[in-house]
Design a protein around this ligand. Sequence first.
Ligand code: GLN
Length: 569
Amino acid sequence: MRGFDFEAIGLRSDDAESLDFFPPHYRIGRTKYIIVTGGVMSGVGKGVFTASLAHLLQFLGFSVSVIKIDGYLNLDAGTLNPYRHGETFVLDDGTECDLDLGTYERFLDTTLNRNNYMTSGKIYSRILAKERRGEYLGRDVQIVPHVTGEIKYLIREKAKEGPYDMVLVEIGGTVGDIENLHFIEAARELMNDEGRDNIMFAHVTVVPWSDTTGEQKSKPTQHSVKKLLEMGIQPDIIVCRSKDPLQRKVREKISLHCNVPIDHVISSPDVESIYTLPFLFQQQRLAEITVHRLHLNMPYPAKEDAQIPFEPYVQHVQRHNPTLTVAVTGKYSSMRDSYISITNALQHTEPFERVRINLRFIDTTEYDDPTVPLHKCLDGVHGIIVPGGYGLRGTEGMIRFIQYAREQQLPYLGLCLGFQLAAIEFARHVCGLEKATSTEFDPHTPEPVISLLPEQETIRDLGGTQRLGGHEVVLLPGTRVHHIYGKDVIRERFRHRYELNNLYKDTLEKAGLLFCGMTPDHRIMQILDYPAHPFFIATQFHPEWTSRPLRPHPLFREFIRAAKRHQEQ
Ligand code: GLN
């Protein structure tokens, strides 16, 4: 069905106030929508809640997808600084996006695409291009209906792409931010267009603890719900983030003041592992409430004690497993969210390797100076990871950590920049090429062990121009890495401009380094291994982006096994 037949009621479309924002053959009611907004403050786990709800619905048998909306004007997250926004996550199709997309992929064990991510910049650039093409037929282009219409159109296109039973839409930021006003307005319009039975609103807020009165406080939640009501939206469920489980009294207050039944006030306390959250929400009947609210039937009778997929995590947090310490030595270490996929990939190994991993984030910029000793901060460390990064600052420190790991037989896993720096470290200290470096740090170096990918040489723009997304990597038969993966060809995700300069490959290999993974045409080296070491493996790609809760990435798993062996020594 098209959205609306204006002619049938005697209007020409240019007379009409609302335009047609329905994709061709769209059927109202086929897909139900769940809109997730945030209140009080951001960064409290809206993404994890959205992913948990999607996970529960998928577990019940519904086909679901999730869209993340960010208010900023950047076209994508590619040019954002990880210090300010946390990690940039990369999808298989090369989209550089918000880290929440990583959470969704992990909770749904699925691969998302560029249509699962929307920014104001993306909406506006589509609108401005249409305006230049004359598609608005002489009308003034406005926030309502054009911007909100474009948002609704893209949400519906995603729904149709499945087609999905449900599409969850997480609106970034908090209600009241100027940046996301048009998205919240679009959600309100969506309710009007699609019908109240086809949409549910979940509002995630914070319930702080007051030391003075010794109780949880509901007022910030009440205020943020009022704000949402001003915008025409009554939330159906309210999810309260708090340190401890929600007190009965607070639940009642929120129910009374915010117009929701008491069992629609969901408690989301701090937990040791986010993968136990679906279990916690299942105990509060979150999926049932949602299914009921959307006037759907449960696909099959819900079993009270049905095992949930993330059961290994529920068991893991109750076990007393030995603790390992892994150091992540990067330059964005002061902002934890910069390495959120690495943190997750390590957590994925925990229930399977029966360990608890204690992460030590070390800011390498403090160790660029060779006179600052390393051993103190590495005391009790069982493995080192050098993560991805850009620019010179902090890299001399990273090289020192890599040298330490290599010489002390400490397990080492290098990711992207960690691959490039491992090659440089080896060239300098094993092959005697003292001046070895990357042309990223010194464009005129006499020893460019790492240099620009040839296709990058003519590129000037910074946004969206790196070698991005999923690519195939062939593994050399008989090598340690081939054994770890148990496959000849793998698919991994990339984000880089620089690569190993093949002029140095022989020199490095003669000294004992082994390049055991490369592009199918054998031109670009993608994995290095130092077979003489218990575990010294580095990849030009980012294995952390494809690790999944029930399928820990083989390289991370093997790294943790090596760390365990190191600890036992
Ligand atoms: N700065 C390096 C490059 O562009 C590494 C990138 C990364 O670690 N993601 O190739």
